[in-house]
Write a new protein. Structure first.
Length: 413
């Protein structure tokens, strides 16, 4: 199986797909799957731009809307995670994962799926220590604070991934695992990105949550993006233990290293995306403590004996099948010939895919539950931490230092 891995998409699907088609022709190969490591920007129409945390000059429709509307169809099965520049309202509809467009699958805020017999896991968002222990309190429409916190990794989703016992073949995270630079040529890295050196020396570059998952899951492959550069590392898990090949990639721009094709041993096709039995069992078990306000979940209240739940999910999948529920449009598609009024775009609908999955798992729909929230944004933030949340932590979307050949401290590193 040949799998293409791409760094930050930033909505530029057309160019990524064209590049893959060129590679196929030039190298006489067939690519079976595309993986994207975040900043995918699944913007469907003008309203989604309001949930995209980027400077106003970068709020553009780009090309995802063509695939959402059906004007174009993704030429390769595509699986992506979220980063820190996303249409967060849409990804919240698909919190548990689902088709963002035909043949384009969002792995969820956290998730595991199978592609053929290859098991792929992922964690969306970026790490922010002050938000990590909070619950999912944000609801659209987002205010100036929640539009930045909605994409921050939460302990609840990491705890779910920590329950995975069966081997993961590939794992995706947007930001890099903390300490990963110790396992690669970091001196070469800082020649291109000198402002990383201080964080590398202080061992603060990267995600603590991703580092914990790397140590637990030990996948053969781990792919990331976010820092707009290519970096490879090889992690040995203990003496004589398994190896993880880590690779971070750039964003889609000319003369940038944003794509890599790997070949993995697999069973013969057909290669299709399927639900993962163990992950659905974990989802079913953990949903009872889903934290919907700023207060974190109480993990001591959940019984982690999974066997009964696993057998229940297995029987349900045997009856229904393991393919994900069908894609469904939930908002009007963008029409470049005319601008749609805000009134036409009002509302934040439930996604039928999410409703169907929850019904299948016999779980309540909680994503629009605001009964315990304060204010229209759904935020209920403890006063002890309010006001100190929103330090800069994002890589600038324009990446001026690379484009103009000058070195500049990131505004949001």
């Amino acid at each position: 199986m040949r799998i293409a891995v791409e760094g930050c998409m930033h909505g530029d699907l057309d160019n990524v797909y064209r590049t893959l088609q060129y590679m196929e022709q030039a190298q006489n190969i067939k690519i079976d799957l595309l993986l994207c490591c975040g900043d995918f920007q699944a913007v469907r129409n003008e309203n989604d731009l309001k949930s995209l945390n980027v400077p106003p000059k970068y709020r553009s429709m780009n090309s995802f809307w063509k695939y959402y509307s059906g004007a174009e169809v993704a030429p390769y099965p595509t699986i992506f995670i979220g980063g820190n520049h996303e249409a967060s309202n849409y990804l919240w509809e698909l919190y548990y994962g689902g088709w963002a467009a035909p043949n384009i699958y969002f792995l969820g805020v956290a998730g595991v799926v199978k592609f053929g017999n290859i098991r792929i896991g992922g964690l969306s968002g970026i790490y922010n220590e002050r938000h990590y222990h909070l619950g999912h309190h944000e609801r659209p429409p987002y205010n100036e604070n929640t539009i930045r916190s909605i994409y921050h990794v939460r302990e609840y989703d990491v705890q779910k991934l920590m329950q995975v016992e069966e081997p993961i073949d590939i794992f995706l995270s947007h930001d890099w695992p903390l300490g990963i630079t110790d396992y690669g040529n970091w001196k070469q890295l800082v020649r291109f990105k000198p402002f990383f050196e201080k964080e590398i020396q202080e061992k603060s570059l990267g995600s603590k949550a991703a580092a914990v998952l790397l140590e637990k899951l030990k996948p053969p492959y781990w792919f990331s993006a976010h820092l707009h550069c290519k970096f490879a590392a090889l992690v040995q898990h203990g003496e004589g233990g398994p190896l993880t090949k880590f690779l971070a990639l750039d964003k889609c721009l000319p003369r940038r290293q944003f794509l890599q094709v790997i070949e993995i041993e697999s069973e013969p096709g057909p290669y299709e995306i399927h639900y993962d039995e163990e992950w659905l069992a974990i989802t079913q078990r953990f949903n009872e403590i889903f934290p919907l306000t700023a207060k974190n979940a109480n993990y001591g209240n959940i019984k982690l004996e999974m066997e009964d739940c696993r057998q229940w999910v297995k029987s349900r999948l045997k009856e229904r099948g393991t393919k994900p529920f069908d894609f469904a449009q939930t908002v009007p598609c963008y029409d470049p010939a005319r601008s749609i009024s805000n009134s036409t775009l009002a509302g934040y609908p439930r996604n039928p895919q999410t409703e169907s999955l929850l019904k299948f798992l016999e779980l309540p729909y909680l994503l629009d539950d605001m009964t315990k929230s304060d204010g229209p944004s759904g935020s209920s933030i403890p006063s002890s931490v309010s006001g100190s949340f929103f330090d800069s932590e994002d890589i600038p979307i324009d990446d001026i230092d690379d484009v103009e050949g000058e070195t500049a401290e990131p505004e949001d590193a």
